[in-house]
Design a protein around this ligand. Structure first.
Ligand code: HEM
Length: 133
């Protein structure tokens, strides 16, 4: 291989490495910025409590919740997992149940809605039993 081709190959390798480093730094920056703009935890949880009580009410009465309420609740459910020291070990399982609920409400499979709400509820209870004063 000519000297020039070897230099080009080495330069390409360096660029690839730099791109990986940049992507990692950008992800970290995005995460830090999200954390920097988080609302006060208790405030967010109180807002979420109102949404969650309403969603449970719809499940108990066999009714369908409105889209706006669902969207706001799902956004907050993602947001609470950005806080450190508030039950981090349970975030993945909580989010998995939120995703299942989203699939049920997104596909309009309302028969499964009460069960999906109960699955989220038991994860919330599990967390609060351990962490909530
Ligand atoms: C539907 C979902 C949830 C709702 C509606 C909810 C609601 C609440 C409310 C109303 C509080 C009291 C906030 C205050 O101080 O005024 C609270 C506290 C707390 N919740 Fe939740 N929660 C939910 C899910 C979770 C999950 C999944 C976890 C853990 C992974 C969690 C962990 C905590 C912790 C650690 C506190 C105590 C915070 C502190 O006092 O330092 N919560 N939650």
């Amino acid at each position: 291989m000519s000297k020039l081709k070897k230099k080009i190959k080495a330069a390409k390798k360096k660029v690839k490495k730099a791109r990986r480093k940049l992507a990692k730094a950008q992800t970290r920056l995005a995460r830090l910025e999200t954390r920097a703009n988080l609302p006060p935890y208790a405030e967010l949880k109180q807002e979420m409590k109102g949404q969650w009580d309403a969603l449970k009410g719809f499940a108990a009465n066999g009714q369908q919740p409105d889209e706006q309420l669902l969207t706001a609740f799902y956004r907050n459910a993602q947001l609470i997992t950005q806080y450190r020291g508030k039950g981090d070990d349970h975030y993945a399982e909580f989010l998995a149940r939120i995703v299942s609920l989203e699939q049920v409400t997104g596909s309009g499979d309302w028969e499964k809605y009460p069960e999906a709400v109960a699955a989220v509820g038991s994860r919330v209870k599990g967390c609060h039993d351990i962490y909530k004063k």
